[in-house]
Design a protein around this ligand. Structure first.
Ligand SMILES: [Zn+2]
Length: 260
């Protein structure tokens, strides 16, 4: 999911309107402020789930020690619009969008009744925000890593993704990793390719985390943040394991075939 909002006009629309301004409320927790429109119960549910995801995601990807500054004025903002219509109008997102994130303002937007928000979009977008806090915007962070990680944290889908990737690997129809790592599917109309890109990327991230642990994964991300190429970063973070993308692919294919 790449419905990132780059430039945002929400505030001029939302808070300039007297109707909206007086009816919005906030629910606060240590790392989140949930803004809602007369819907305290849904907002509290989101607030609770967000804190849980925040801890789990940061721990699993090894960033716990680095990402503990989402507090006080740096809390993450979540805006819950009263319905899909006002959400689409205010955020200028496409009709199909169920939610979106604004990385630079550490904010997430969705609406009441958005079905996939709590279990899919929220952990996905939170992962992007936590990851960006750690790696920043200057290093060469490839799309497979950014989206693969966010997809991997949508735990509900993992079982299906594992099955899908295993089938593809057994039929030798996977995207070669050397291509996967160059691929930018944003804007692609080839839905099968996009789906495979997300599935494979998440299983590759899963392999690195599950087999070698969060510390090495953090180390790998740090190398990329510091502008090393993927192969150099792999050699640094996983010494003796794989020196090239081909070696990584070989090990990953073995893992998919023997584990899933
Ligand atoms: Zn995404």
């Amino acid at each position: 999911m790449t419905s990132q909002i780059k430039y945002f006009v929400l505030f001029s629309i939302l808070f300039a309107s007297p109707l909206y301004a007086q009816d919005w409320s906030e629910e606060k927790s240590p790392h989140f402020i949930v803004h809602h429109y007369k819907d305290r119960s849904f907002a509290n549910q989101i607030k609770k789930a967000s804190e849980k995801y925040y801890k789990e995601i940061a721990r699993e990807i090894g960033f716990s020690r680095h990402s503990n500054f989402w507090t006080w004025d740096n809390r993450c903002h979540i805006y819950l619009f009263p319905n899909k219509e006002t959400y689409i109008q205010s955020t200028k997102q496409p009709e199909w969008s169920a939610g979106a994130a604004d990385y630079t303002n550490r904010s997430i937007y969705s609406y009441k009744g958005s079905k996939s928000f709590l279990t899919a979009l929220l952990p996905h977008e939170l992962t992007h925000l936590i990851f960006r806090d750690f790696v920043g915007f200057t290093g060469q962070i490839p799309l497979w890593l950014d989206e693969g990680l966010a997809q991997y944290e949508e735990k509900e889908k993992l079982l299906d993704l594992r099955k899908q990737v295993k089938e593809v690997v057994e039929a030798e129809k996977q995207i070669p990793l050397i291509q996967l790592m160059q691929l930018d599917v944003r804007g692609s109309k080839d839905t099968a390719l996009v789906a495979l890109f997300y599935a494979q990327s998440s299983m590759l991230v899963g392999y690195l985390i599950e087999e070698f642990g969060p510390d090495k994964f953090t180390h790998f991300c740090r190398q990329l943040r510091d502008e090393k190429g993927v192969e150099e970063a792999l050699t640094f973070a996983y010494p003796g394991k794989f020196r090239t993308i081909e070696e990584l692919e070989e090990a990953w294919v073995d893992y998919v075939q023997s584990t899933f």
